[in-house]
Design a protein around this ligand. Structure first.
Ligand SMILES: [Mn+2]
Length: 429
């Protein structure tokens, strides 16, 4: 750690927040005593939680209309790693990066791994991209990739995924996330049944190539880019495929990949009960897959999701699940958004740990609904920020990461060296 930012700079900046922090943390500790919670244990749980950053998230995203890039944007995966390291040096919670291939293709993957290690980062799950063409070849993904009616195109998409596994092995990753844009815009355009069958057959070939200690995550989404039907459209379809493939196949929940008002926390519970919850893509949304910053719209929902993950029954599996941020930063500096989102996720996580599972069960036994509501709201309304700050202080990270980051003038400095024009990718990913 502390390769991207001088540790002394962080420490110096922390000093001006110390007085307030000590006061706030004292108050929080009193709260913990009342709740009969062990501070050491709580700190350990937060410290052990790892959140992966998406390589594409440090660049400015865009809508399908346009992209408005900021200054000093990373122009390649090496620079993206550098930006991720800035976030990790400041927050101490994001020591891994999730690459996307072919976007992040390089000529030497050992060199890439070394570069990340130098910055104190490792590689999380690999993402394969078969939702766009990367060459002018005739075998286009226009009508689908792993589910395409043409065998030759399915084989090409399978090959791309296998290639991702090969790259991931060198990088030290332990899994592959597959999300497809495959679907249709017209009734009757494709057979629902045949395309799902093609998907399962294609995934079986990829599954066979997985190393022993790898997992493969099936990400679902109801619509977009296909607007009439999507092959892997919901958690049920994802679960059926994961079950068909075997124990290494699990479902991935991207919070934005649901129709409005879907009870996501209930899906979390279901998939946990079925032992098929493999990972999360965190973001927030208001209308559809908006890819807004996590917790910026509905922090209470995020808290309820974590409450399912951390309850007495499920917590043993908490650290087996992969957690990643997946959002598109159109109007902010992506580094600031990712710091803020990390804070929102930690806030929701810690607040969920304040819920007493036994007390909740007993209130449920009595059908004491107001009591239950109070129990949840008391946890949700507790200000846990001083705990996050304290952990950062003790681990030499920044008490106020955004403040420290702004003092760095990082992007302005980078804009002098990152002068290469980036290929403009419009569209949310
Ligand atoms: Mn996603």
């Amino acid at each position: 750690m502390f390769k991207a930012i001088d540790q002394n700079f962080i420490e110096k900046n922390n000093k001006k927040f110390l007085k307030d922090q000590n006061k706030d943390f004292e108050y929080f500790q009193e709260k913990l005593l009342k709740l009969k919670l062990n501070l050491g244990l709580l700190k350990k749980k937060v410290f052990e939680f790892n959140l992966a950053l998406p390589s594409w998230g440090v660049g400015t995203g865009g809508t399908r209309f346009a992209r408005f890039p900021g200054i000093g944007e990373p122009t390649n995966i090496f620079e993206k790693i550098e930006d991720c390291a800035v976030i990790n040096d400041l927050t101490g919670s994001t020591s891994s990066i999730s690459p996307h291939f072919p976007w992040d293709n390089v000529s030497d993957y050992s060199e890439l791994k070394e570069h990340a290690t130098h910055y104190g980062l490792n590689f999380d799950l690999i993402n394969s991209n078969t939702f766009q063409d990367f060459s002018n070849s005739k075998s286009s993904y226009k009508f689908g990739s792993l589910t395409n009616i043409k065998k030759k195109i399915r084989e090409k998409a399978i090959e791309l995924n296998i290639d991702c596994i090969k790259k991931g092995k060198i990088l030290g990753s332990k899994g592959l996330t597959v999300w497809l844009g495959d679907g249709t815009n017209f009734p009757g355009q494709q057979s629902f049944s045949k395309s799902l069958e093609n998907y399962i057959q294609s995934m079986k070939v990829i599954y066979k190539k997985l190393p022993k200690d790898w997992k493969i995550l099936i990400e679902y989404k109801p619509y977009e880019p296909a607007f009439y039907s999507t092959v892997i459209n919901d958690w049920g379809t994802s679960y059926i495929c994961a079950k068909e493939l075997g124990p290494k196949a699990l479902s991935l929940i991207d919070l934005g990949h649901h129709l409005p008002n879907t009870n996501i926390e209930m899906i979390v519970s279901r998939l946990l009960d079925l032992n098929k919850l493999g990972g999360f893509h965190f973001n927030d949304s208001h209308y559809g897959d908006d890819d807004l910053d996590t917790g910026s719209i509905n922090p209470f929902r995020l808290f309820l999701i974590f409450s399912e993950l951390t309850n007495k029954k499920n917590f043993k599996n908490f650290n087996k699940i992969s957690y990643m941020i997946d959002q598109s930063h159109n109007v902010t500096d992506p580094i600031e958004s990712l710091i803020q989102s990390t804070d929102e996720i930690l806030n929701a996580y810690i607040k969920s740990l304040l819920i007493n599972s036994d007390e909740l069960s007993s209130l449920q036994q009595d059908n004491d609904i107001i009591g239950i509501n109070n129990l949840l709201k008391n946890a949700f309304n507790t200000d846990v920020r001083s705990l996050i700050k304290q952990i950062r202080l003790e681990n030499n990270n920044s008490i106020d990461p955004i403040n420290t980051y702004r003092k760095l003038n990082y992007k302005k400095t980078k804009s002098k060296v990152r002068t290469k024009k980036i290929f403009s990718l419009s569209g949310i990913v």
